[in-house]
Design a protein around this ligand. Structure first.
Ligand code: FRU
Length: 522
């Protein structure tokens, strides 16, 4: 709180500056043009990036150079590079008026920042260029995004296009919005009508938009021949008791199924799943292009951690790759509150497959290119122990533990200065718990969250009594992939830089093998 109070004044000043920039010379009758707003933002970023505090910024996770990031947007492969855009408020690490930030990568691990790509300069997006997607058509890159306005208590969301031939400098389509009120079926809320996701099939373009009506959440399907003129096809999917609004739909075809990703707000809790206020879920199923509908399975939670939301996936060659905002709405954003000048990052991109209706996630193979030497340990463990060479804050730790003679097994991460974040397997309940209550800086949560922003529990079955997990730490993040990738847990944890210990403990006896590598991305 002390730090918040200390920095709140600073953010108000930055916020006022940002507003001044956004209003441009409105007072003298000449608003900034889009290009000017992007240029202005990029100058601000260049000037201020040197003042951020880096102690919690991941080495191999994309985070904004200054300001606030949330959802990944427009995840696409264009002209030899992966591009990821993201919800971006460059001027302060707060959820402000959104731009799209932009970064490119050749391997999805090492990213090059390209600053702001589009700015909220038009009447239809004056209060934010909200989430959306990207697609290439005839060598041109198209972004389709939600224009958000919220004036005098009236919120309007429409779908809009910006395009670029070099993939860097974007121009907004002069006849935006391309999907507005006239293409909205009756009873649908224009106040919550957002996050367009586009794909191509047999020369036609399809688009999903997340929305709601009284008593139900739904996704609408649109169709176009040129990405600029759209028609409403049908309600793609609609469910009751499934959250009050579905954000960020995404669709990909993988392992013989049409995999639908959604981010429902206030999805009903299950015994272990959906314990965050905002959940990221998937369904497997089939798109019926004739009727414009989706027949799908029940929703399952994609990641059982505290910090994983608004995922987007792309398909390239044989692989489907997903990333997400590695954070959550309604939480206290610790780096921002500590005055670090930035907030938010994206999850390590994951390769997706589906087997028997179940989603499997594995970190992109390219991460292995950045591993340092392997430290290997084999031991029989009873009680608590540390191992020489097995520590660090930017590391991969692979653990194989035979728990046939154990009741419980834990790995404590970011240990030091009285802190630890603990991952525990309990045989009796058949669950894994990821608990950050003893981390250095508490994260508060929306009071409606069952997780309280503190811990998550996931059901998990051992194979022949063996627990296998691959843990990725990156200064303030923990991503754990179990077995073949059938369970993933992603959470943030903020600790002093000296808290770099890793401890193993066993109630009973475990035969363990550990492989540890530093991850070095320069
Ligand atoms: C999801 C979301 C989207 C919206 C964007 C605004 O996290 O709420 O629905 O477009 O963030 O930044």
């Amino acid at each position: 709180m002390k730090f918040f109070l200390k920095n709140v004044g600073k953010y108000i000043i930055i916020g006022l500056l940002a507003c001044a920039v956004m209003l441009g010379c409105a007072a003298c009758g000449e608003p900034f043009t889009e290009a000017e707003m992007v240029t202005e933002a990029n100058a601000f970023i260049a000037e201020n990036a040197k003042n951020t505090d880096e102690r919690w910024r991941g080495d191999y996770h994309l985070a904004p150079r200054t300001g606030w990031m949330n959802d990944p947007n427009g995840f696409v492969y264009f002209k030899g590079k992966y591009h990821v855009f993201y919800q971006y408020h460059p001027y302060a690490p707060v959820n402000g008026v959104m731009y799209w930030g932009h970064a490119v990568s050749e391997d999805l691990v090492k990213w090059e920042h390209l600053g702001a790509a589009i700015a909220p300069d038009q009447t239809y997006d004056a209060d934010g260029c909200w989430s959306g997607s990207a697609i290439e058509r005839n060598g041109r890159l198209y972004l389709i995004y939600t224009g958000h306005t919220d004036r005098n208590g009236v919120r309007v969301q429409t779908q809009n296009v910006a395009y670029s031939d070099d993939g860097i400098v974007f121009k907004k389509y002069e006849r935006n919005p391309v999907i507005g009120k006239d293409l909205l079926p009756e009873g649908t809320s224009i106040a919550d009508f957002r996050d367009p996701y586009v794909w191509e099939r047999e020369g036609a373009y399809y688009l999903l938009v997340g929305t709601m009506e009284t008593g139900a959440a739904k996704v609408l399907l649109y169709r176009s021949d040129d990405l600029l003129h759209w028609e409403f096809v049908n309600t793609f999917l609609r469910r009751t008791h499934a959250g009050f609004c579905w954000e960020c739909p995404a669709l990909t075809h993988t392992s013989g199924t049409d995999l639908l990703l959604l981010s429902p707000v206030d999805y009903p809790h299950a015994q272990y799943a959906f314990w965050n206020y905002n959940s990221a879920v998937y369904a497997t199923g089939t798109v019926n292009y004739g009727s414009g509908t989706y027949t799908g399975s029940a929703f399952s939670e994609i990641d059982y951690g505290l910090d994983f939301y608004a995922p987007q996936a792309i398909r390239r060659g044989d692989a489907t790759v997903m990333t997400a905002w590695m954070n959550m709405w309604g939480r206290s954003y610790v780096p921002a509150l500590q005055g670090h000048g930035w907030s938010g990052s994206l999850a390590l991109p994951r390769v997706l497959t589906v087997k028997e209706g179940k989603l499997y996630q594995k970190p992109v193979p390219a991460i292995a290119e950045y591993y340092g030497e392997t430290v290997f340990i084999a031991d029989s463990l009873s009680g608590e122990k540390t191992y020489a060479g097995v520590s660090g804050r930017c590391v991969r730790i692979k653990v194989r533990a035979d728990l046939s003679e154990a009741n419980a097994f834990s790995v404590s991460l970011f240990v030091g200065d009285g802190c630890r974040t603990v991952l525990t397997y309990d045989r009796k309940s058949g669950t894994v718990t990821l608990d950050r209550t003893q981390s250095g800086y508490a994260v508060s949560a929306d009071p409606r969250e069952l997780s309280q922003g503190k811990r998550r529990v996931a059901p998990y079955s051992l194979r022949d009594g063996v627990l296998e997990m691959e843990i990725f730490l990156d200064k303030s993040s923990i991503e754990v992939f179990f077995g073949e990738g059938e369970l993933a847990m992603t959470s943030l944890s903020y600790n002093p830089v000296t808290a770099d210990g890793v401890r193993f403990s066993c109630n009973g006896t475990a035969r363990i093998e550990i492989e540890k590598n530093e991850i070095v991305v320069e």
